[in-house]
Design a protein around this ligand. Structure first.
Ligand code: ADP
Ligand code: MG
Length: 381
C-alpha cells in the first residue's frame, strides 16, 4: 500500500540562535561580550553599563536567559550549524514535504554568512543542495526525479529574478489551489552542485547592496532560494505517483530599526519598505504565537510580498526552521534584545504538514466512491 496524501501532522517551528564572533570594529570600539551561550540550548544576554572610564561592561545583575532548540556561538562551524538545523529536513523534502529555513536578525549579525557563506566556508545553501543531490542519487525508489531551483530578491516590495535580472519585476499570482506563484520566474534544472554554487554567487552579487551607517555592505533586500524536488513513477500505471517537495531558504534583510541606520531620503523610503515586509513578518509572528492560547487570531499574510511568499512557512504546510542571528557585542545590546524577544515568540508557532503526494489509485478510489454515492442517490429517486 502506498502512502496516502492528506495526513496532516503537527509541527512546531524550530528556532535556533547563532551568536557570531566579536568583529574587529567591535573590539576596536571597546565593546565587550554580552551574549553568551550557556549550553546547547540556553543563552544569556547581559545588560551592559558604562563604568567610570566610559567603558562598556556587562552588568551581570541584569541578565536574561533564553532557551532555543539549539544555540551556537563563535566556536560553531558552518557544518555544525547546517547539521543541527537543516540537514534532517532533506529526507522530508524528497518524501514530498515542504520545508523552510530562514535567517533572521539585524544587519551584520551573520545571516548571509550562515546561508551563503564563503567559498572556503560554504553555508547552508550549498551544503543542503550537495546532500540533496547525493540523497536523490542514492535513492533506491523507482522514480524519475527533477530538481528546479529559483533565486529571487524582494527589494522595496518588488521582486527581482536573481537568475535572470533582465526579466524586470515579477508579480505574485495565486493559482487555482490558492498557492502563491511568482509569474515568469526562472526555474533552473540541474543536479550539479558546483554549477549551482556558481549561479548563487553570481545571483548574490546582483543583490541590492548599499551601505548604511550600520554596516558598509549590508544587504537591504530579502533573498529567497527555492528548490523544488519533483518525482514521478517511471511506470505509468494505476500506482503512478507524483510527489513534490519544496524547500525555501531565505536570507532576510536586516531587522534593525530605521533610526539606528541614520537613513535619510532614498534610504529612508527603502527602510520603510523593508520595514513593511519585516513589520508584516513581525505581525504574523505575533498573531501566530498567540494563536495557540487564544484561539482564532487573524494572521494577515497579505500585507507584504515576503509574508505572502512565506505563508506556508509560518503557520502552514511546511517544516520550518528559523535561524536567529545576533552580535555578541555590548554596543548591539538593544538590537540583540529585540531580536531575542521575537525569536522567543516564534517558538510558539505551530504548523500542520502533509506530504504533497498525488497517487492515481488513491484518486481513482475517491472518484469510485463518489460515483457509487451518486448511483445510490439516483436509485433512491
Ligand atoms: P548579515 O547578512 O546578517 O548582514 P553578514 O553575514 O554579512 O551579516 O556578516 C557580517 C560580517 O561578519 C561578514 O564579513 C561575515 O563574513 C562576518 N561573519 C558573520 N558571521 C560570522 C561567523 N559566524 N564567523 C565568522 N565571521 C562571520
Ligand atoms: Mg546579509
Amino acid at each position: 500500500m502506498k502512502d496516502l496524501p492528506g495526513e496532516w501532522k503537527d509541527h512546531q517551528l524550530t528556532v535556533a540562535l547563532r551568536i557570531r564572533p566579536l568583529n574587529d570594529a567591535e573590539i576596536e570600539e571597546g565593546a565587550t561580550t554580552v551574549a553568551h551561550k550557556i549550553d546547547n540550548q540556553m543563552v544569556v544576554l547581559m545588560d551592559p553599563c558604562e563604568d567610570a572610564d566610559n567603558v562598556l561592561r556587562a552588568n551581570r545583575s541584569r541578565e536574561k536567559t533564553y532557551m532555543f532548540d539549539v544555540a551556537f556561538d563563535y566556536a560553531a562551524t558552518q557544518e555544525d550549524v547546517y547539521v543541527a538545523t537543516t540537514k534532517n529536513l532533506i529526507d522530508g523534502v524528497i518524501a514530498g514535504y515542504n520545508a523552510t529555513v530562514f535567517a533572521y536578525g539585524p544587519t551584520g549579525a551573520g545571516k548571509t554568512y550562515t546561508m551563503l557563506g564563503l567559498d572556503s566556508e560554504p553555508g547552508i545553501y550549498i551544503r543542503t543542495l550537495n546532500d540533496l543531490f547525493t540523497a536523490i542519487e542514492d535513492s533506491t525508489e523507482d522514480l524519475n526525479c527533477s530538481v528546479y531551483m529559483s533565486y529571487i530578491e524582494i527589494y522595496n516590495e518588488m521582486i527581482r529574478d536573481l537568475l535572470n535580472p533582465s526579466s524586470g519585476y515579477l508579480e505574485l499570482r495565486e493559482d487555482a489551489k490558492g498557492e502563491i506563484r511568482i509569474a515568469g520566474i526562472t526555474e533552473f534544472s540541474t543536479c550539479n552542485a558546483k554549477e549551482i554554487m556558481a549561479l548563487l554567487t553570481k545571483g548574490n552579487k546582483l543583490r541590492t547592496q548599499e551601505s548604511t551607517a550600520a554596516n558598509k555592505t549590508s544587504s537591504r533586500s530579502h533573498a529567497i532560494l527555492q528548490v523544488a524536488v519533483k518525482q514521478k513513477s517511471r511506470v505509468k500505471d494505476i500506482n503512478e505517483e507524483v510527489r513534490v517537495g519544496k524547500l525555501f531558504m531565505v536570507d532576510l534583510a536586516g531587522t534593525e530599526r530605521a533610526s539606528q541606520t541614520q537613513n535619510r531620503g532614498k534610504r529612508m523610503k527603502e527602510g520603510a519598505h523593508i520595514n513593511r515586509s519585516l513589520l508584516a513578518l513581525a505581525n504574523c509572528i505575533n498573531a501566530l504565537s498567540e494563536k495557540g492560547g487564544k484561539g482564532a487570531q487573524f494572521v494577515n499574510y497579505r500585507d507584504s510580498k515576503l509574508t505572502r511568499l512565506l505563508k506556508d512557512a509560518l503557520g502552514g504546510n511546511s517544516r520550518t526552521v528559523m535561524i536567529t542571528h545576533i552580535s555578541p557585542a555590548s554596543s548591539n545590546f538593544e538590537e540583540s534584545r529585540n531580536t531575542l524577544v521575537y525569536a522567543d515568540k516564534a517558538k510558539n508557532i505551530r504548523n500542520k504538514v502533509k506530504r504533497n503526494l498525488m497517487n492515481v489509485s488513491y484518486h481513482l478510489a475517491q472518484y469510485t466512491s463518489i460515483i457509487s454515492d451518486l448511483r445510490s442517490e439516483i436509485d433512491r429517486l
